[in-house]
Ligand binder design. Structure first.
Ligand code: C2O
Ligand code: CU
Length: 414
């Protein structure tokens, strides 16, 4: 029996501004089932999820299940894996979630506008034996560009933003799924950066713990952490003991920006003393020996790049946007070592649909499994992927305005 759920995309009125800005009032936004973020979708690893997507958003839309190694036809990419779902229409998504971890779903149609306005939500796939914690807390982090009336500033699609860092907000916050914990609780925090373009270097105080997963994928060893650098769409899971109020913030040029707090109220009388251990492994095999193929993906363009062909500002290897033919045709099971080269003046978070890849560290050692890799200007990074999921898969920058203006391509696994 599949787990069933419906997701209705629709206009919503949401109180986004909080704290001292709350009085500016609520924001007309887009959401699922009456709010943004949309409802928590939760399945067990290996369980099938059936979602009736009801598009009442007022425009074409679709849903992408970010990070799930999904059947290609369910991947939610209009023009590549399905027709766009017209306003007023429904679409049945049905898939098995093969990996446990922290994922999210979001619109994949005009995502630079629809995701910015709120069409996203958390998707959690539970381990067969979840780690022993007192609270499992989802912390979505976003930023919004709002005017004094609390409405979105209507400059969606502005080329000057897309040509630079993307559409950055002027207000940011964390949205923890619960607002209190107890001192001494052991908690799992699932951070998800849902912003269009902002890289959050997240600082968390009030806890003593370990980083246990990135992009939904367990780390082989738990790690100490300081600032957690999170590009758009990236996730990080932490398991930690609560020492005092948990405060989230990030550093901006003007200083520390508070993203929110989970209050520590009361005391857990049975605080754990056990060490924090790694999550059960994903089963995705790390590289052993040479890859079957080597490829280079060069990010080019932007305000400084001098490439301005129509709306396309950005490119991969000099080619903007999706062509009729895939960039790569890959035989199923082939391992590819891909060098992501950032020849632009801005950072990019490169996301591959349908499979996870290992980041390879500068010294050649095998880094974390991810689905989105942040590459700074002038830098390059090798990633290693065994393409074993057949279908047509998008490969794009998750700074959504960059993808909309050329920084996307696709590969076909046959
Ligand atoms: Cu999170 Cu192509 O998407
Ligand atoms: Cu980009």
């Amino acid at each position: 029996m599949a787990k069933t759920q419906s997701l209705r995309a629709e206009p919503v009125i949401q109180q986004i501004l909080a704290g001292e800005y709350r009085d500016f009032g609520p924001t007309p936004a887009l959401g699922f089932n009456g709010g943004t973020p949309g409802p928590l979708l939760k399945v067990r690893q290996g369980e099938e999820l059936a979602v009736t997507f009801q598009n009442r958003s007022g425009a074409d839309s679709s849903v992408h299940w970010h990070g799930i190694r999904i059947y290609n036809a369910m991947d939610g990419v209009p023009g590549l894996t399905q027709e766009p779902v017209a306003d007023g229409e429904d679409f049945e998504y049905r898939f098995v979630a093969p990996d446990a971890g922290t994922f999210w779903y979001h619109s994949h149609s005009r995502s630079w506008e629809q995701v910015a306005k709120g069409l996203y939500g958390p998707l959690i796939v539970e381990e067969a034996t979840p780690p022993d914690v007192d609270a499992d807390i989802i912390v979505m982090i976003d930023d919004w560009r709002l005017g004094e009336d609390a409405a979105f500033i209507d400059d969606f699609g502005a080329m000057f933003q897309f040509a630079h860092g993307g559409r950055l907000g002027n207000y940011a916050k964390a949205m923890p799924s619960q607002s209190t914990v107890r001192q001494g609780d052991r908690v799992r925090l699932r951070l998800i950066n849902t912003s269009n373009a902002r890289i959050f270097p997240i600082d968390i105080t009030g806890i003593d713990g370990k980083l246990v997963a990135l992009d939904g994928m367990p780390l082989t060893q738990v790690e100490d952490f300081g600032k957690i650098m999170m590009a758009p769409a990236q996730r990080a899971d932490i398991i930690a003991d609560v020492v005092e109020d948990i405060q989230f913030s990030f550093q901006t040029r003007e200083g520390d920006y508070g993203l929110g707090t989970i209050l520590a109220e009361g005391m857990n009388p049975s605080k754990r003393s056990s060490a924090i251990s790694p999550l059960p492994p994903s089963g995705i095999m790390p590289p052993s020996g040479e890859a079957n193929r080597r490829e280079v993906l060069r990010m080019q363009g932007g305000a400084m790049g001098g490439r301005h062909a129509g709306d396309d500002i950005w490119s991969f290897n000099g080619i903007s946007d999706l062509q009729d033919e895939p960039w790569l045709k890959i035989d199923r099971g082939t391992s590819v070592l891909m060098t992501l080269v950032n020849d632009t003046s801005f950072p990019h978070g490169i996301h591959l649909h349908g499979q996870h890849f290992f980041e390879i560290e500068a010294d050649g050692s095998v880094g974390p499994l991810r689905d989105t890799s942040l590459v700074d200007p002038g830098e390059s990074r090798d990633i290693y992927c065994v393409f074993d999921n057949p279908g047509k898969w998008l490969l794009h920058c998750h700074m959504l305005g960059h993808a909309a203006t050329g920084m996307r391509t696709w590969v076909e696994v046959i």
